[in-house]
Design a protein around this ligand. Structure first.
Ligand code: IPM
Ligand code: MN
Length: 365
């Protein structure tokens, strides 16, 4: 019996719709387990620009500081696309949030149930048992947060520069997360870099090699250049078990992973750091991979699974409720595998609405 205290940042587009589903499922699953949810909702992203003039209002940040975790929806949309890039919801809300809470490790499970194999663009004979891999992306360093500038040269030509840099300590802490994740799975991990070209990658590879030798001698460590990794992921994703990489490479590879796993509507993520919450667990931000999907927003047809599964990850990492998390994951799987499907994963079946999908999951809890 405990009170689970988190901040709800539903954001824009389909965010509020799928968030409602996630909260219903969490309320039911946690209630059954004797826990109480205590959450407050705050504006973030485009809606926050409209209501407060900024994508990440101080009141929202403060609410996050008071909570044990953040359940995040998605931000952005056509309405705010004409703002200067630095004020747009994605850059002005999500990146500062990651930085403010030092959420340096982004964990994205790439899970495709065998029953959903037809949702993947890969031929089903390549993935007879579905896909089950984990992408770990460094999230607060590299080119995203390096020095940036745009200037005009003497000859009048414009030029811009983004710089990529990594410190050993930044590499070691993400290697630690990768090592721990590998220990809990197949004890196999692939570090992805571009050490044939980039200095940051040379340091990354050296640091990772030493770190694993010292701290995870049991884990089988391999390396791959990022261009080859992009190809291997499309050729035979299950050759990976856990892979980890720097911020920009991880951004790209995790989208590739998302598409081979069928639908963005199924993929959840956790962003974690070293900050402990009031329960002594990791403070984290949990969000679906799919974005705001403006084309279907407000229609009640979005797939709520990624948001619900992100909620399950929150229970696991920030609240230590492994059992309830597993129960939710199983209910989602049962619902989808028994043929209850939203449009993105329907493939010839009659698609259900967001609410029907949610009810089907709740019934199976
Ligand atoms: C992601 C997104 C973000 C990123 C954008 C919205 C800033 O693409 O979480 O992968 O690039 O990190
Ligand atoms: Mn991305």
């Amino acid at each position: 019996m405990a009170t689970l205290k988190f901040t709800v940042l539903a954001g824009d587009g389909i965010g509020p719709e799928v968030m409602e589903s996630a909260l219903e499922v969490l309320n039911k699953a946690c209630g059954d387990a004797g826990d109480t949810l205590s959450y407050s909702a705050h504006d973030v992203g485009g809606i926050a620009i409209d209501n407060h003039g900024t994508a990440l209002p101080e009141s929202t940040l403060e609410a996050c500081r008071q909570a044990d975790a953040i359940l995040f929806g998605s931000v952005g949309g056509p309405k705010w696309e004409n703002l200067p890039p630095s004020q747009q919801p994605e850059r002005a809300a999500l990146l500062p949030l990651r930085k403010a809470f030092k959420l340096f490790a982004n964990i994205r499970p790439g899970l495709l149930y065998p029953e959903l194999a037809d949702a993947s663009p890969l031929k089903s004979e390549r993935i007879p048992n579905g896909i089950d891999i984990v992408c770990i992306r460094e999230l607060t360093g590299g080119i995203y947060f390096g020095e940036k500038k745009t200037w005009q040269n003497d000859d009048g030509e414009m030029q811009a520069c983004d710089s990529m840099s990594y410190k050993v300590s930044e590499i070691e802490r993400i290697a630690e997360v990768a090592g721990q994740t590998a220990m809990a799975r197949g004890k196999k991990v692939c570090s992805i870099d571009k050490a044939n070209v980039l200095e940051t990658s040379v340091l990354w590879r050296k640091t990772v090699t030493e770190y694993f030798k010292k701290n995870f001698p049991e884990v089988q460590l391999s390396y791959m250049y990022v261009d080859n990794a992009a190809m291997q992921l499309a050729r035979d994703p299950n050759q990976f078990d856990v892979f980890f990489t720097e911020n920009m490479f991880g951004d790209i590879l995790s989208d590739e992973m998302a598409v081979i796993c069928g639908s963005l509507g199924m993929l959840c993520s956790a962003s974690l750091g070293d900050i402990k919450n009031s329960l002594g667990n990791k403070f984290g931000l949990y969000e679906p991979a799919g974005g705001t999907a403006p084309d279907i927003a407000g229609k009640g047809i979005a797939n709520p699974c990624a948001q619900i599964l992100s909620g399950a990850m929150m229970l696991r990492y920030s609240f230590g409720r492994d059992d309830v998390a597993s129960k939710i994951e199983k209910a989602v799987r049962d619902a989808v595998c028994s043929g209850v499907r939203t449009g993105d994963i329907a493939f010839g079946r009659t698609p259900v609405s967001t609410k029907e999908m949610t009810q089907a999951i709740i019934e199976r809890l």
